[in-house]
Design a protein around this ligand. Structure first.
Ligand SMILES: Cc1cc2nc3c(=O)[nH]c(=O)nc-3n(C[C@H](O)[C@H](O)[C@H](O)COP(=O)(O)OP(=O)(O)OC[C@H]3O[C@@H](n4cnc5c(N)ncnc54)[C@H](O)[C@@H]3O)c2cc1C
Length: 435
């Protein structure tokens, strides 16, 4: 076992908090510019929400994870290539809320059959056509709900659009989320399911960081942060003291605010206080097959459900007789979710679209209330929103990155972009010091 004793004689250029994808990515950008970087992760494993768990022969992401193609550029810049495929899935829509009223309609049949009226079909097609021409800057000032109420008349069509925006943003709060963000995500909705899960990205990032000399320490608990550039003091739970010129935190901003204690600026606390996390309840399954192989991808129209067989295009098990299936409920922040009810609801969904599914299950895992993103991306006129576009917290030398930052990006793209921006700011700051 490697020692967790830190070299606290040396002063680091940068200490990075958090060994998730943002922390690892930032540490590579910094090390690529010759900075001495120490990365501290509190857990025993790297990857954070991007890690995957080996269950038997299969790799299970923490709930359904699809990599947006627009993340690849940054991953390539830090030396990571991704392996996987875009899902070639025909969408099945699940209409209705209770099993006795539920109906599954495949996307194609929706347009040839009579479930939707002619006017509704036209309205849906019109929405998709004009979506490409919309000015996202204007839409960033209103909520998705406001936008849909103004532009779409059919309840069915509205619900179908909401079903797609849930899939692309994971957010089930249309009255809070920015219309610009939601429509922007729909436009760039190209994704990949990754072979061996997202752990493959995490492993490559960690390898690259170590090759560049980043010192990665796991199971390290920080108890306090003091000072500012060029002397930031990080005090660990075991009372070791680490010194650095700069600090980059990629951990949950509320937790970071606690570590900064009374030093934290009020503007940063205001941002934290306005945050509304995006959450999901996930049922992850390893199965021998699907009892109803006709449905590989389904979304709820009236209910916030997701179902996808990720093994249709990604290699997720060393055993060709196993598939990985993710079932999920997008949680609404205004409704207190009860884990046992959510699990039962997802089981009922499976009973309906995949009758007899229990006989095919090799292993299962239910993860209630997972934090998908630390904040819903709200319209710009939201109080103080602009402050959250910056990677600086208001104390010289201290920076932040994570999915809650950025104007329009969501999910991993927001984490990666803010990690890149913060690293650039730190590299510039330290370059000035060297002159
Ligand atoms: C169910 C689910 C589905 C998702 N699906 C998608 C998807 O399809 N597409 C997409 O783009 N994104 C998706 N995401 C989001 C994606 O996983 C995250 O955006 C991304 O992994 C965030 O990376 P991060 O490094 O910013 O944060 P994290 O992964 O949260 O990393 C933070 C790290 O900091 C560590 N840490 C915390 N406190 C401390 C401390 N005090 N000291 C040291 N370390 C600490 C944590 O252990 C963790 O490793 C999904 C998330 C979930 C939960």
């Amino acid at each position: 076992m490697t020692s967790n004793r830190l070299n606290n004689k040396q002063k680091w250029d940068v200490v990075v908090f958090g060994g998730g994808i943002a922390g690892l990515t930032a540490s590579i950008y910094l090390a690529q510019e010759g900075k001495k970087v120490l990365l501290l992760e509190k857990g025993s494993k790297l990857g954070g929400r991007g890690n995957s768990t080996a269950i038997g022969n299969a790799q299970l992401n923490l709930g359904a994870h699809a990599l947006y193609i627009n993340c690849i550029e940054i991953l390539n810049e830090v030396g990571v290539t991704v392996a996987g495929n875009p899902p070639k899935l025909s969408t099945s829509f699940i209409f209705g809320e209770q099993p006795d009223q539920m109906k599954v309609i495949e996307a194609f049949n929706l347009f040839v059959g009579n479930h939707l009226k002619w006017k509704e079909k036209m309205e849906f097609i019109h929405f998709y056509r004009q979506m490409k021409r919309l000015d996202l800057n204007e839409l960033n000032h209103i909520s998705l709900e406001e936008y849909l109420n103004k532009t779409v008349t059919s309840r069915h069509v509205k619900n179908m659009i909401l079903a797609f925006t849930r899939v692309t943003t994971y957010t089930n709060n249309p009255s809070i989320m920015s219309a610009g963000v939601a429509i922007g995500q729909l436009r760039s909705a190209k994704v990949m399911y990754l072979n061996d899960g997202w752990q493959s990205i995490v492993n490559d990032l960690a390898k690259k960081a170590e090759q560049l000399g980043v010192d990665i320490k796991k199971r390290v608990v920080v108890s306090k942060v003091l000072g500012s550039y060029p002397t930031i003091q990080i005090i660990l739970k075991d009372e070791q003291l680490i010194e650095a010129n700069c600090l980059l935190s990629t951990i949950n901003p509320h937790d970071f605010a606690k570590l900064m204690n009374e030093q934290i600026p009020q503007s940063f606390l205001n941002i934290c206080n306005q945050m509304i996390p995006v959450k999901a309840a996930c049922l992850d399954l390893v199965m021998t097959a699907l009892p109803n192989p006709k449905i590989n991808f389904a979304v709820g129209v009236e209910k916030p459900w997701y179902f996808s067989n990720h093994s249709t295009v990604a290699k997720l098990s060393t055993n060709p007789g196993e598939i990985v299936v993710h079932v999920m409920k997008y949680l609404n922040s205004a409704i207190e979710s009860v884990p046992s009810d959510d699990e039962r609801e997802l089981e009922c969904l499976l009973d309906f679209i995949q009758p007899g599914w229990r006989d095919y299950v090799i292993s299962r895992r239910f993860l209630p209330k997972l934090i998908v993103s630390n904040d819903i991306k709200k319209p710009f006129n939201h109080l103080d929103y602009h402050l959250s576009n910056h990677q600086e917290v208001g104390i010289e030398g201290i920076y932040v990155a994570g999915d809650w930052l950025g104007e329009r990006e969501v999910l991993l793209k927001a984490s990666l972009t803010s990690a890149k921006n913060a690293s650039k700011l730190i590299n510039e700051k330290l370059a000035v010091q060297l002159i």
